[in-house]
Structure formats: structure tokens, C-alpha cells
Design a binder for this molecule. Structure first.
Ligand code: C2G
Length: 132
């Protein structure tokens, strides 16, 4: 069984996220999503999520491509995650191009996928604010 992992915030879940998850799943049989906790988002990414971790986790678990959701609590956990979960392939959007190549040394394939360019959580929030 080929195991894939990806990481992210996935707030205001949209079709760009789904497309990433669908493509990530195509690299294996089992997809783990390491979901950024509310604390990690705020402390490390200065992101204030609209939905709480539990709500974002519930949404991800409802997606057919997602097999298991774990918390992302630190930047460093990727190295241990790939061993703990016997990961074959790490997948993430190409906005992170090159940032996680160190995982190749852990015996993990690293894949950067093209983002869906026209959609983002920030854009959704901006457009909703304009319509108010
Ligand atoms: N994504 C995408 N297209 C978009 C928006 C997002 O393909 N229009 C992808 C991102 O490239 C990422 C995933 O969907 O692979 C989740 O996006 P975010 O929630 O924005 O994730 P991010 O904040 O980049 O967190 O340790 C890694 C970080 O946790 C990644």
C-alpha cells in the first residue's frame, strides 16, 4: 500500500483544496492530511482560521480522497511523520516549491503540484467583504 501525506490549513475549504487532495491521492492508496492546528496557524503562519481545527478536520474526513487526518503542530514534524506513518510520497502545492526537498533524504518522494491559480481563501474573504 503506497502512503501519501500532505499538510495544510484547509480553511474555508474550496475546490482548489479538493483538487490538490484528489491529485495527492493519485500518488498512492492511502492519503494522510496533517491539518494545521489553530495554534500552529496563528503562531507560525499568522493565519486566523474561520473554522476551528475540529470543524476543519470534520470537513476533511468527509472527503473521499482523505483516509486519515492528524494535527500539524510544528514545522519540524514532517521528518518524523514520514517515518512514523511509513510515507512513500509527500505532496504539496508548488507555492512551497523546493521547501521540503530535505524529506528526500528520509527516503520519501517529494512532489510539488501546481496550485489552482484563481481561487484562495484570502480571495474568498475579500470578495465576501466587498459584497457586504
Ligand atoms: N492549494 C491549491 N490551490 C489553491 C489553494 C491551495 O492547490 N488555490 C493547496 C496548497 O498548495 C496546499 C493545500 O492546498 O498544498 C492547502 O492549502 P493551505 O491550507 O493554504 O495550506 P498552507 O497554509 O500552505 O499550509 O507545513 C505546510 C503548511 O501547513 C501548508
Amino acid at each position: 500500500m503506497r502512503r501519501v501525506i500532505t499538510y495544510g490549513t484547509f480553511d474555508l475549504l474550496h475546490y482548489g483544496h479538493i483538487s490538490l487532495l484528489q491529485r495527492a491521492k493519485s500518488y498512492g492508496d492511502y492519503l494522510i492530511v496533517a491539518l494545521s492546528t489553530d495554534e500552529f496557524n496563528w503562531n507560525e503562519k499568522q493565519k486566523k482560521c474561520y473554522f476551528s481545527y475540529e470543524r476543519r478536520k470534520m470537513l476533511l474526513e468527509a472527503i473521499r480522497y482523505v483516509d486519515f487526518v492528524i494535527p500539524e503542530e510544528s514545522w519540524e514534524q514532517k521528518r518524523t511523520d514520514v517515518h512514523e506513518y511509513h510515507i512513500d510520497t509527500f505532496v504539496i502545492g508548488d507555492d512551497w516549491q523546493g521547501k521540503f526537498d530535505f524529506l528526500k533524504k528520509e527516503g520519501c518522494e517529494v512532489v510539488y503540484l501546481p496550485r489552482t491559480p484563481e481561487i484562495s481563501t484570502t480571495k474568498i474573504k475579500q470578495e465576501l467583504n466587498r459584497k457586504v
